[in-house]
Design a protein around this ligand. Structure first.
Ligand code: HGY
Ligand code: MN
Ligand code: MN
Length: 433
């Protein structure tokens, strides 16, 4: 945003980094566990669990204490609205998620939601009004680890996935998203489809090593790479591990291992650009030392910044899976695949990226531009509004989805301050129209 966009009345507030940090650490107590391997304290607050419900209730309490009007929609997305002086103008939304993977820390998602809360707390404290309303959003099931689709709440809010599809999704115990939302008391009445927003901003820990390597506290995110998730189920034949000759085996475990190696070979081949591939879950049954596995289930996560390379990689893997039964020493292997999630590369709004870079520069923070390796709610909101993200530097090689995930209080405050400055500029747009 260049100088002409900054109206004389564009308010600025300094956020309170200590208060932000205290809120991050308090929320991280909900779902906290001690990691047996490292002794570190991690967070397990998977979506729609009792822990998530406790986190949601704390957020709602904080939102109300900050004077926000709280609403929960039919997807369980939580919104806190601070009315502007021009409530008829589309609001500025600041959001992210507070659900976590089972092996999380305090920052992934929570920094974006609590950073937004810190901004409205600071405005309240100083009695500063904005023209456009501000809405703080916490979207449901961003991680996708429980119900199998990431960015679920924001994808439904932006109209990419239907409410009915989301309600039918099941976790490993067969519980549906809809039933669990009801059970925790967060199945709201308002439509799950977002009202138009003027712009959407999200602050998030980078979850990678780039900003740390380049000694930058803040990153301007150019977009998000494509994501492809699928579940593969292999049916073989249980047999005695000692008495069964190799040429009579239909070994689901062997086939699963061949898929793991295939995914890595595709990455190493260089034929698919910057492809990343992960088999994050692999389970064989019956899981006994003396029984050849008759069933295996695995998940394949592919990521690629290039749409064509992603499609080509998915096609190569599909061909491999189709031919896999004929590669076995004995006939009988059955391969089932199920699409879990699929998103294309998404660019963020160029004007908002400039606004973030300008705001950081005005505060004296050096920045770099980078694509996001991880998926985020912002990528869904791009479909209905200009959206962009602020990254803050992660420590320890930027590790994430791990209890070692960590950003400093200073960097969290810097990212939130940049978020505040951009949000207030956007909230002043159209004030005198
Ligand atoms: O999977 C992702 O990239 C995000 O953490 N949900
Ligand atoms: Mn996240
Ligand atoms: Mn995550």
């Amino acid at each position: 945003m260049t100088a002409q966009h900054q109206t004389a009345t564009t308010p600025k507030v300094d956020i309170d980094g200590d208060r932000l940090w205290a809120s991050l650490m308090r929320l991280a107590e909900i779902g906290a566990f001690t990691d047996a391997a490292t002794g570190l304290t991690g967070v397990n607050r998977q979506s729609l669990t009792d822990e998530d419900a406790d986190g949601r209730r704390l957020l709602v309490q904080w939102m109300r204490e900050a004077g926000l009007e709280v609403s929960v929609d039919r997807m369980g997305n939580v919104f806190g609205r601070r009315e502007g002086t021009r409530p008829e103008l589309a609001p500025v939304m600041i959001g992210s998620h507070i659900d976590s993977v089972p092996t999380a820390s305090a920052f992934d998602g929570c920094l974006g939601v609590l950073g937004g809360l810190e901004i409205v707390r600071s405005l309240e404290q100083r009695g500063v009004a904005t023209a456009r309303s501000l809405v703080i959003a916490a979207f449901s099931e961003e991680e996708g680890v429980r119900f199998g689709t990431d960015m679920l709440g924001s994808a439904v809010a932006a109209g990419r996935l239907s409410l009915e599809h989301a309600y039918r999704l099941r976790d490993a115990d067969g519980c549906t998203f809809g039933d669990e939302l009801e059970r925790i008391g967060f199945k709201g009445q308002p439509s799950e489809l977002l009202e138009p927003v003027h712009a959407y901003l999200e602050c998030h820990i980078e979850q990678g090593p780039t900003l740390l390597r380049d000694d930058l506290p803040i990153g301007v995110v150019t977009g998000v790479q494509a994501i492809s998730w699928q579940r593969i189920t292999l049916h073989g034949r249980a047999a005695h591990a000692g008495a069964t000759p190799t040429d009579l085996r239909v070994d689901a475990g062997l086939a699963a291992a061949q898929i793991v190696v295939k995914v890595r070979d595709m990455v190493d081949s260089g034929s698919y650009g910057c492809l990343r591939g992960t088999v994050g879950r692999i389970v064989t049954e019956p899981g006994m030392p003396s029984v050849v596995p008759d069933r295996a289930e695995l998940t394949v996560d592919l990521r690629n910044p290039d749409s064509a390379h992603m499609a080509a990689a998915e096609s190569e893997l599909a061909d491999f899976l189709r031919d896999l039964p004929s590669q076995q020493p004995c006939e009988g292997l059955v391969v089932e695949t199920e699409r879990m999630a699929r998103t294309e590369p998404v660019p963020f709004d160029a004007r908002l990226q400039r606004a973030i870079a300008d705001a950081a520069a005005n505060r004296g923070y050096p920045t770099g531009r980078l694509m996001s390796g991880a998926g985020h709610d912002a990528q869904e909101i791009v479909a209905i509004a200009p959206a962009a993200m602020v990254f803050v530097r992660g420590q320890f090689d930027g590790i994430s989805h791990n209890p070692r995930e960590y950003s400093t209080q200073e960097d969290c405050a810097a990212g939130t301050q940049v978020l505040a400055d951009v949000a207030l500029e956007l909230a002043a747009e159209g004030e005198h129209a």
